[in-house]
Design a binder for this molecule. Sequence first.
Ligand code: NAD
Length: 418
Amino acid sequence: MKSSRIPGIYKLPPVERLKVIAKETGLSADDVGQLIAGLAVEQADRMAENVIGTFQVPLGVATNFIIDGLELAVPMATEEPSVIAAASNGARMAREGGGFVTSSTGPVMRAQIQAVGIADPFGARQEILNHKDELIKAANEKDPMLVKFGGGVKDIEAYVIESRVGTMVVAHLIVDCRDAMGANAVNTMAESLAPRIEQITGGRVYLRIISNLADLRLARAKAVFKAQEIGGAEVVDGIIQAAALAEVDPYRAATHNKGIMNGVTAVVLATGNDTRAVEAGAHAYASMRGRYTSLTRYEKNKDGDLVGSIEMPVAVGLVGGATRVHPVAKTVVKILGLKSADHLSRIIACVGLAQNFAALRALASEGIQRGHMTLHAKNVAVQAGARCDLVEMVAARMAAERRINVDRAAEILKELEK
Ligand code: NAD
């Protein structure tokens, strides 16, 4: 797109917003139709079990992103007010510093094969490594398609693990999943190797499954937030103070990372990917050094500007899962102009950083509740029975009075309806 800076988009009605995004990103009439029609119950019935309906969540676009020099509007699916506005706001403040710069480790996952009841676990571990080439070849034969695209098992690791019920040997298949999230792919490979691992180790294999701690599938993003753009030196210092607490205090880190996941999960969901897989990976990665910590870091550079960075596992795909099945996800993939699963993972890291920065900035300056509650006021107005134009009017009055609750909404509504 030419520019993701679309001032006033928030003032348009949804259908006009969609027109702007469709024009900017070159969506066809079919793409737009798919997005509007959403998921039909017949399609849903093929995706999950005992389906009785579909559950809808708002889909918005975060504007203002520049990622690796390219302008991007990012679709986000979330039920929480103020998340999309905050991501757009964070991205806007990164623009002066050139936007986000990303990198990644590539789309590599691990599968675990657990062997127990082994008399000589250290010897068995070495035997697994001695048979590495044979095991890699056998696993790759299970997924010629993945191999054709340049993926497949690249390595095998093996660990001896002491547990409450005895010593185990756990083999890890290191699999390049290319554009797949990869869980089904690597699980199939791991299952196929189980009998051979039993022969090699003399033990019994139980678990054969992916690890969601995707520490070989890291996405990174960095942005410079100019001090004058974000409210001055005091705000820079305030954000660094807040982030420093999250680095060392798990109570704060959990909330800090929840804010990151507000953005991350919304894009994961909008693209039809597995939100739980990404969330499990993020929190496990945040604990990897023995203590739960934050997924972002903030520093002041020599010019006094704020440098924010994020590194986290983002196991998402473009093939498999719901991405190629869900009609809205298919259109979202087009809006994002995705080239690969790796590309998507890097965009997701940027949204996580933008989201986190916006929350920290609000906390370090005016406090988070004002902006949040203004948006929340609309929900409260609806709860009190407001409809159509009255929703905005009731919400605006409550926000101005800073009294946002259902009772007050009902009183205002009564007055306006007189
Ligand atoms: P999948 O098996 O549907 O698709 C992957 C397959 O697509 C590959 O094995 C390959 O054969 C083929 N393929 C075609 N083009 C490709 C390309 N360009 N790059 C890579 N592969 C290509 O899906 P998947 O990604 O293996 O599994 C994802 C699903 O597994 C998700 O729905 C997830 O929710 C689910 N799942 C997750 C877990 C977990 O996270 N613990 C466990 C089980 C299942």
